[in-house]
Design a protein around this ligand. Sequence first.
Ligand code: SF4
Length: 446
Amino acid sequence: MALTGLQIFKLLPKTNCGECDVPTCMAFAMKLAAKNAELSACPYASEEAIKTIGAASKPPIRLVKIGSGDNEVQLGNEVALFRHEKTFVHPAAFAIAFSDTASLDESKALLAQIHDYCMLRVGEELKINLVLVDNQSDEVAPFVELAKTAASVSGKGVILRSNNVAALEAALVELKDQHPLIHAATPANADQLAALALKFDAPLVARAATLDELVALTTKLASLGVKDIVLDVPSDNVAATLQTNSIIRRAAVKDSFEPLGYPILNFLPGDDLQSLAADTSTLICKYASILVLEKCDLALLLPMMMLRLNIYTDPQKPIQVEPKIYPIGEPGDNAPLLVTTNFSLTYFLVSGEIENSGVPAYLLSVETEGMSVLTGWAAGKFTGEKVAAAVKASGIADITKCRKLIIPGYVSQISGEIDEGLPGWEVLVGPGEVIDLGPYLKKQVG
Ligand code: SF4
């Protein structure tokens, strides 16, 4: 039975020591109630708390980590079927597959591209997350060589895929501190692969032809002590994969069915871009945690990363930047001040246009709880009074001698209020459309 935050709080030590990475026991209780934390994070939980809270607060899909350091990828921990119910928290990871039968030099060049690839979008870094090393040769030496190269050149977490247990073990020895994902335990080799996963403290893929076989397999792996499991049910069409993924997610989230309470890995074979785009989009939405692609095609990956960014953004909470002064270019003593809201999309559009104009300036993002300019104004969060107060509080008057404040054209009506609140400043009404900001700024400076 689900417990409320208050019921959970009553069972916690109430010392607010913060060792669970949350400042107070109450905040931790709320996270447990939302199934966003595990009780094991509190070292001081009593036997009674463990018994009562333990199962009730456990996230229905286990958190599994691959890789280490900055490039660690976290999967699972989801608690909802639909993103309008609750935010999806750990975005699907993109993995690019490399075969140990291919030229090592060519693989190295592509791994270096994967290392360097990073697109910035509304303050988020869009990257490829994992590389899969495929032992198609079935030999030990080329597999180990490629595994070492993949880890060191790409800097990404690695998935080791082989049917050869000796090859897997040799590669795991080389990557022992890097927490690679082992692919894959099957009903035929479960004991051997479970032993490897435990020996190297590595997460393990459970691969079975049907859901019934998968349930039996994960139950067996769990009984052998393997905790970090990723699910893989191979299929030759995306409709079947979608159905399987949905059954797994529903069983885990709605029925708390532990044998299927793990992240899912899907392979996306083929190289037809249109089919891949359709299939990848489908599986990002429902419910892949890892998507393995055979080819690294940026024409496919970039839009897919944008879709992923949208799916894994809280629909009830607009993405925001910190409300503060941002220097754009190298603004000196006489650079003007522009003002906008702290809605990420608005901020990055405005800052991008200022940067492109080549006119150095300061940009103040005002706290509007992530609302855009017109919405913020309509909601009373981007009024002249609030803008004037934000300008004063920002300390900009000590940074630039220029007293020109440029406000968005769509809220020209607030200029009078700002005038009253900011004596000594000249309030200029900028263009309505951000696209016109560059020419406007050049004219102002000129
Ligand atoms: Fe409270 Fe336990 Fe967290 Fe400390 S570690 S703040 S006692 S819940």
